[in-house]
Design a protein around this ligand. Sequence first.
Ligand code: SAH
Length: 387
Amino acid sequence: MKSVTLKKNQDKRVLAGHPWVFSNEIGDVSEALELGEEVAVQSYQKRLIGRGFYHPRSLIAVRLMTRNDEPIDKRLWVERLRRAWSFRRRIYPQHECYRVIFGESDGISGLVVDKYGSLLVVQVFSAGIERRKQMVLDALIEVFNPRCVIARNDFVAREQEGLPQSKELWFGEMPEAQWIEQDAIRFWVDSWNGQKTGFFFDQRDNRVALQQYVTNQRVLDCFSYSGGFALYSAAGAARSVLAVDASSEALKGAEVNFKENRCQRICSLCQADIFEFLKQTRDRYDVVVLDPPALVKRKISLKEGLRGYQNLNQRALARVEPGGILATCCCSYHVTEEDFRAQLVEAARRAGREIQLLESRTQARDHPILLAVRETSYLKCLLLRVL
Ligand code: SAH
């Protein structure tokens, strides 16, 4: 087996449970290694650390797949998939739709799989996985017996591994849009054309948490997409809900969902840029939800992105009735919770409001966070009382 040897004292993070080896941590490469090739990683003292996939040009040079001296074969994939699925069934019994593989957190660096009943939607982040597409697919078929598997590999992060953007049918027939159910609420999901894999599972537990505060309240759901927070609010007996999004496609989905769940009398829609909408409107709401797309996509634009969050939150705070709730989210991995809170303090100062933290929340449990791998933690969702 070909191997890479780490430089002196460069094994701490990896030994503490992180599966990435950065290119600058490698001292020696035994033989020429190909893109995505399986490789053994050893410490400076030549102790085996594990096995993984190599990338000659990425910042992440090796993604470890195992800490044992074992082949990375179908048996290993199947075992990882089974373990991940069994956990999801435990936390969401009677449900068939969730993120079933969340990359590093499930021991498969570079692979994400969202399960929509018998449809699996895959996202591949690494060249090592891309190269083993067939083995991954075989394992998925063996474990899940799906009707259909598609790959939504049309996202920019693939560039970091030199991978092209694509959408592919991997197995079965082209899927049609379908109804899924979450906590007795029905959503129309189009995994081929929708944003990301068609639905945002990561906010599920936060949508449930918000329900504690919405009964008989007027709710504004900003960046609504297919109406996730809006529909949970309606189910939580909100008095009225206004869902706002810039995308007409997203709002079409929300409208279909409002009808299907018989809450079109409570829920209404508005197509607008949220920044403009919040600036123009004079209305106030008892509960405001802010769930923007990542405003910081690269570390280099952190400052600018934080100003974006501050601006947005300042405008949203001005629209909250005194004593009301702001549920404010940030899915930018580069923004720490500390940064996010600091920007909120400034937003509140500028808006002349006082904010109390009721709950500091994160991504849903089907996106588990590995404490040794901070990259697995990206979503912040703070529930604030606004005075
Ligand atoms: N809250 C949603 C997920 C939001 S995804 C849920 O619970 O499922 C982010 C959404 O923001 C997308 O639907 C996108 O169309 C919308 N969006 C992005 N920029 C926007 C802007 N400037 N104004 C309004 N909507 C925007």
